[in-house]
Design a binder for this molecule. Structure first.
Ligand code: KG4
Ligand code: ZN
Length: 357
């Protein structure tokens, strides 16, 4: 910490995130006991992939290549950052390679240290960020042990965080991720990509009880999730309703409400059980699906009834979906411990498990 204070007070971290279909660049300014997001730029490819109903890896990688340098130039201007950070996995290998190789080149060229960040760890550290424009205290409100529910297009994980950098994976999906299930169900329901916001919007007008769907794994005595059967249940229900001439826009709203209810119910139930079993002091919610209003509301309600009551820290909306500010914050905590990667050997790892360094 002393070493950090001497070398980097204050410092700027340039963070790069290209693990899926967003090219994201952030500049974090950090002092001894604060950090603040100076820039958080995102070039979303959602419109490009919408025509295919999901992310096409080759298209994503090609788009990252054209976007990344102009976005970095826009973010840094004339100023050379003190640290380069990059999301090195998990994610799509072709997308990750663009960010990792750009970061390696910048680190080598500028002779600045390189921080290699796990994308899921980034989603966890979004909980240390406050809403745009406000200063961010280093320690924030998070108290350890903390339980993080990270729900995104590629992941559904319950992670016990004992301290900075100390993780235990206590539950995950056995098949589709929650966001992936939203996206696939949306496709079946002829809704646009990404499916999460599209389903959430229709769900507000529907009634879950008018089209009940199963709540997968709700009674299993573990912290595993499974969403692929739920998606298939939607597929068969739509097929049957269409056959009987009962598939109306209203019925689609009901199915959206029901689908969302099933996903949210199981996520909340397992998070609360795990929080109780591990007697955590904080519950963190992050990842793209954490933008879901129903999930935020129901988890807040369930946590508020716990005794003793842990602190619930939900990532600010703009830092739920993929962004580079969260990667910069994760990097900040690595820099404090002087944990750096080599610009020559830093590798992308599409399957990087957060419990491995
Ligand atoms: O974290 P993220 O941007 O990318 C990954 O790391 O995967 O998450 C994207 C996922 C998509 O599957 C999208 O449908 C979902 O987050 N999502 C939502 C909502 N907003 C985004 N799911 C449910 N409700 C939302 N409001
Ligand atoms: Zn993500």
């Amino acid at each position: 910490m002393k070493q950090y204070a001497k070398q980097f007070n204050p410092m700027t971290i340039l963070a790069i995130e290209t693990s899926c279909d967003e090219t994201a660049i952030a500049i974090l300014e950090a002092g001894r006991d604060y950090f603040s997001v100076r820039k958080s730029l995102i070039a979303s490819q959602a419109n490009i992939h919408a025509q295919y109903g999901g992310v096409v890896p080759e298209v994503a990688a090609r788009t990252h290549i054209t976007c990344i340098i102009p976005l970095i130039k826009k973010a840094i201007g004339e100023r050379v950052p003190d640290v380069i950070a990059v999301s090195a996995g998990p994610g799509l290998i072709t997308s990750l390679l663009v960010g990792v190789h750009t970061a390696r080149a910048l680190s080598y060229l500028y002779k600045k240290p390189l921080a290699r960040i796990n994308h899921i760890e980034g989603h966890i550290y979004a909980s240390w960020l406050k809403k745009k424009g406000t200063g961010n205290m280093v320690e924030g409100r998070v108290k350890f042990p903390a339980l993080a529910l990270i729900v995104s297009g590629g992941h559904t994980e319950l992670i016990l965080m004992k301290n900075h950098g100390r993780y235990e994976l206590i539950g995950k999906t056995l098949d589709d991720a929650a966001g992936e299930a939203f996206d696939k169900a949306a496709k079946i329901l002829d809704l646009s990509y990404p499916g999460g916001p599209a389903i959430a919007c229709r769900a507000r007008k529907g009634n879950a009880q008018k089209a009940p769907l199963p709540i997968p794994m709700i009674d299993s005595k573990n912290y595993s999730f499974s969403f692929s059967g739920l998606k298939t249940a939607v597929l068969y229900r739509v097929r049957d309703l269409k056959k009987n001439g009962q598939y109306s826009p209203k019925m689609r709203d009901h199915l959206c409400a029901s689908f969302q209810h099933s996903v949210v119910s199981v996520l909340v139930a397992k998070t609360i059980s795990a929080a109780k079993e591990h007697t955590v002091s904080s519950v963190l919610l992050g990842g793209g699906v954490a933008a879901n209003h129903s999930l935020r509301k129901n988890l807040a309600h369930a946590v508020s009834k716990m005794r003793p009551k842990p602190e619930l820290i939900v990532s600010p909306l703009q830092y739920c979906t993929d962004n580079a500010a969260m990667i910069a914050v994760a990097a900040f905590f690595k820099v404090r411990k002087s944990v750096f990667a080599s610009p020559i050997f830093c590798q992308a790892d599409p399957l990087w498990d957060i419990t491995n360094e």
